[in-house]
Design a protein around this ligand. Structure first.
Ligand code: GLA
Length: 446
């Protein structure tokens, strides 16, 4: 009796600790704009409203960008009831007014706080006010919360973020929860049920070295990402002036290959044509936003020259060649070999599942993917389905999937930055690459 009571209490405790994030949000990596990288503390009502206007006039909304997020410094104090107070000079009409404006443009509204006692700019943090703040955000009409880790001293990260996740859930408004604890406590291992995205590193800065350093740190994290749970290598610096156009193109391409959230961090009202051509490259965005939700893995690492592969739905794939070096390179690319890279499961083997005997769209064997199918991370039914795993694959007592080799003839190859299909005279070709550049090819099923 005593034992079962203890068991019951332990169960209840576990349940109350486990987060119930809003599901069905951020099924593809969130896209939007955040004030921090360009404007730091210089945020105001007019800045945010102008960003919303520019999101529309620049065509970014049509390309898929949707969240307008105010980062640090909108808040100045708490009132006698503990309610958070926004800067009355910079936000004279209050935060709901700004949220309403953003919504009136068909966009979504995001805000920022920290799990500790203070934010990184020493504004009041959320610690001890989680449920109160969550209610306030719901009242404002917030759709996205970035929650930092400053002022957290001895707090436990998983419990702190779980607490805020539960508070948001209780407040009742579906809010994307963006965990920003800089990868310090390996959030990829525990944050899936807690939030929708989690930062994996410290802050990006507007330089090639910072960007490429962060990119390198994502190498082993692919298996943790999927619909509704994304690794976040930090916001974009495209258009902020510290990198060349080529480097920004690389930055954007790599983030898309990683299925990263795409949060522009530049001045949307003053974009050069080059910046626009990068942020608005819909073919590149489609790779980021692919419904399969798989993050690219490194297929070849020859130091300065790397090949990355991102599996896409419909048995397609994106291949990114990266020249990290300061020198031009001419690389021999074997398209036949690239065509044969297997794009489901975790490994690369050069085979694809065959169509089942009946049913199924061309190239898309019918049936649901099964969690735990061979080579599939457990529990990713959708991934299995879209990778073309035949029905029943992986179930005990059922036939293992048959595999058929897809080859170069099964694809047309699209150069995602040239916006044209390749005409191959041979199956291999020399490709010239500028320093710090990428080539991105989408293998499209014929
Ligand atoms: C931290 C975060 C940044 C930004 C600043 C704001 O450094 O990692 O992304 O939000 O705080 O102060």
């Amino acid at each position: 009796m005593k034992k079962s009571l203890i068991f019951l209490m332990a169960m209840l405790l576990t349940l109350s600790m486990s987060a119930q994030k809003f599901e069905d949000l951020a099924l593809t990596p969130p896209m939007g704009w955040n004030s921090w990288n360009k404007f730091h503390c210089d945020v105001s009502e007019s800045l945010i409203m102008q960003a919303a206007d520019a999101m529309i006039s620049s065509g970014m909304k049509d390309a898929g960008y949707e969240y307008i997020v105010i980062d640090d410094c909108w808040q100045v104090s708490r009132d006698e009831n503990g309610e958070i107070v926004c800067d009355p000079e910079r936000f004279p009409h209050g935060m709901k007014y700004v949220a309403d404006y953003v919504h009136s443009k068909g966009l979504k509204f995001g805000i920022y706080s920290s799990a500790g006692t203070v934010t990184c700019q020493r504004r009041p943090g959320g610690f001890g006010h989680e449920y109160q703040d969550a209610r306030t955000y719901a009242k404002y009409g917030v759709d996205y919360l970035k929650y930092d880790w400053c002022g957290s001293t001895t707090q436990d990260a998983k419990s702190s973020y779980t607490n805020m996740s539960n508070a948001l859930r209780t407040a009742g408004r579906p809010i994307v929860f963006s965990i920003c604890e800089w990868g310090s406590n390996k959030p990829w291992e525990w944050a899936g049920p807690v939030g929708h995205l989690w930062r994996t590193t410290g802050d990006i800065s507007d330089s090639w070295n910072s960007m490429i350093d962060i990119f390198e740190k994502q190498k082993d994290l692919a298996r943790y990402a999927g619909p509704g749970k994304w690794n976040d290598p930090d916001m974009l610096e495209v258009g902020n002036g510290g990198m060349t156009t080529e480097e920004y193109r690389t930055h954007f391409s790599l983030w898309c290959m990683l299925a990263s959230p795409l949060m522009a961090g530049n001045d949307l009202n003053n974009m050069t044509p080059e910046t626009k051509s990068i942020l608005l490259n819909r073919e590149m965005i489609a790779i980021d936003q692919d419904s399969l939700g798989r993050q690219a893995t490194c297929y070849r690492d020859n130091g300065d020259y790397q090949i990355w592969v991102k599996p896409l739905s419909n048995n397609e794939k994106a291949i990114c060649l990266l020249n990290k070096s300061d020198e031009k390179k001419s690389v021999l690319v074997d398209f036949d070999l690239l065509a044969k890279i297997r794009t489901f499961g975790r490994g690369f083997g050069g085979t694809m599942p065959a169509a089942p005997p009946s049913g199924g769209a061309p190239g898309m064997p019918g049936g649901q993917g099964i969690p735990g199918a061979p080579g599939m991370p457990g529990g990713q039914a959708a991934a299995g389905a879209q990778s073309g795993m035949p029905a029943g694959a992986g179930q005990t007592g059922q036939a293992r999937p048959r595999f058929v080799q897809l080859t170069l003839n099964d694809y047309r190859i699209r150069d995602v930055w040239e916006h044209k299909d390749l005409t191959l005279k041979e199956t291999s070709m020399y490709v010239d690459m500028l320093p710090h550049s990428v080539k991105v090819y989408r293998f499209i099923r014929k």
